[in-house]
Design a protein around this ligand. Structure first.
Ligand code: BDR
Ligand code: CA
Length: 305
């Protein structure tokens, strides 16, 4: 299976990006990484992705994408990911530059070239993917899979009381994507809250001596801020859990089928992801529990090689 990773990297995005780059997944090939404004501005995301690819020692084209949401002004998450998006640990530097081709055009081109054998893993706001849908209305049929880290299936939002960050950062694009695709695999925010990486596992990765482990320890220093601020009992890792699901669906412990629709109104429900379990045409498999130990093993392996 071929894949594109669409990301607003972001510390947990960076952790996720490494996961396919281990010898365990010969059947998965990452063709491109597309970037989008989200946690930080896309110009920073491009650098962060380049820095991660440097430490992984892999060559994958980076395609810069949308620098703003479809309609509203951007919101960032720098208080979680650092002003540079990689934990302000001095890691956000690279010689790599993005390709000329825009992310949305790359998505459309690769989806056509690998029709039926291309998956897309969306780890950020859905702006590039909505734009790609409008450029090529057949995109949903061309893609074999779309895995989205996003939504708050119990409306336990992390951006607003009801809305999850990736949806809240660009609700209109999320609305387009969920309206057009008929089989999205969704990893919602609450799963990463209910199933956090134990601090013991986290500290063990940080104690590693490989270049990957040293990078991991640097960018995740922000985890101590999260712990102090929110009293987390472990490390919430939404994007890596979505990546684990993409790489191996046996990670899924429980899923629900529903029609997901995103509220684009202007009131307290804005960006709420509504899940209609009784709808005759569900458009999503919503993962509500994972086999977390297997996911932690995937992350530890990827970052201690
Ligand atoms: C999502 O928001 C971002 O801050 C994370 O990278 C993740 O993709 C979680 O709500
Ligand atoms: Ca992200």
């Amino acid at each position: 299976m071929h894949w594109i990773i669409d990301t607003d990297a972001g510390v947990d995005d960076a952790i996720a990006i490494a996961m396919p780059f281990v010898p365990d997944w010969p059947d998965h090939r990452i063709l491109a990484i597309t970037t989008v404004t989200g946690n930080v501005h896309v110009s920073k995301v491009n650098i962060n992705v380049g820095a991660v690819l440097d430490v992984l020692k892999v060559d994958v084209p980076i395609h810069a994408g949308c620098d703003r949401p479809m309609i509203e002004s951007h919101i960032h998450a720098e208080e979680f990911h650092g002003a540079d998006g990689l934990g302000d640990a001095g890691l956000a530097k690279t010689e790599r530059r993005p390709e000329q081709e825009h992310a949305a055009l790359a998505i459309v081109r690769l989806a056509r070239a690998h029709e039926g054998d291309l998956g897309l893993i969306a780890l950020g706001p859905l702006t590039n993917i909505a734009l790609a849908c409008n450029l090529d209305p057949d995109l949903p049929e061309c893609l074999a899979r779309l895995v989205v880290m996003g939504c708050a299936w119990q409306a336990r939002g992390n951006q607003t009381p009801a809305a999850e960050f990736n949806i809240a950062a660009d609700p209109e694009s999320a609305r387009v994507v969920f309206d057009r695709f008929s089989n999205v695999v969704v990893l919602p925010w609450e799963v990463s809250l209910d199933q956090m990486m134990p601090f013991e596992t986290f500290e063990r990765i940080c104690a590693g001596t490989s270049a990957r482990a040293v990078f991991f320890a640097g960018m995740t220093r922000v985890v101590h801020v999260w712990k102090a601020r929110f009293g987390f009992t472990g490390v919430p890792l939404p994007d890596p859990l979505a990546m684990a699901v993409a790489l191996d669906e046996r990670i899924i412990a429980r899923e629900l089928r529903a029609r997901v629709r995103v509220d684009i109104g202007a009131s307290i429900g804005r960006a709420l992801s509504s899940l209609d379990y009784r709808h005759p045409r569900p458009n999503a498999r919503v993962v509500v529990a994972v086999h977390a130990d297997a996911a932690w093993r995937m992350i530890e392996r990827a970052w201690t090689l």
